[in-house]
Design a protein around this ligand. Structure first.
Ligand SMILES: [Zn+2]
Length: 147
């Protein structure tokens, strides 16, 4: 789902803030010997994807407090390369490496996809015995290859 104007402004500011970018790239991502993936080591959602705090969306009503904006970590990484506007046009990012924690943007790893394309990739991986733990995309499992 595309971000609205206020969250998009927070994301865009985060992408321009070197402290946030450094927190994403240096503090939260590690390499693992034998793996080409860039592994997320920060917070993880119930669906198995990295979660990254990018800022606070200011409340419209001055009497209310703002709300924290957390984004899916690899979507932040995608926006770092392609920009927040491009991210908003991509409904789904697929993991060609079948690793939902992977932050490497590019062929074989995180790339733009569609819900149908992501489902096909998931089923192909399942047939080949590479199904990630946790069940099918959109299911209640903890880890899968979508978004
Ligand atoms: Zn990967």
């Amino acid at each position: 789902m595309p971000l609205g104007d206020a969250p998009m402004a927070v994301l865009a500011a985060a992408l321009r803030a070197s402290s946030v970018v450094i927190r994403y790239t240096r503090a939260k991502i590690v390499t693992v010997p034998g793996s080409e993936c860039l592994w997320w080591r920060g917070a993880v959602s119930g669906r198995g994807h990295g979660r990254f705090y990018v800022g606070t969306v200011v409340a419209v009503d001055p009497g209310e407090s703002g709300r924290d904006l957390c984004v899916i970590a690899h979507r932040f990484g995608y926006a770092l390369i392609y920009g927040p506007a491009a991210l908003n046009t991509v409904p789904v990012l697929g993991h060609g490496c079948n690793n939902p924690l992977c932050q490497r943007i590019g062929p074989g790893h995180v790339k733009a996809s569609s819900h149908a394309g992501n489902r096909r990739a998931y089923l192909a991986a399942a047939v080949l015995g590479r199904e990630p733990a946790g069940g099918s995309p959109g299911g209640s499992g903890q880890v899968h290859a979508v978004t």
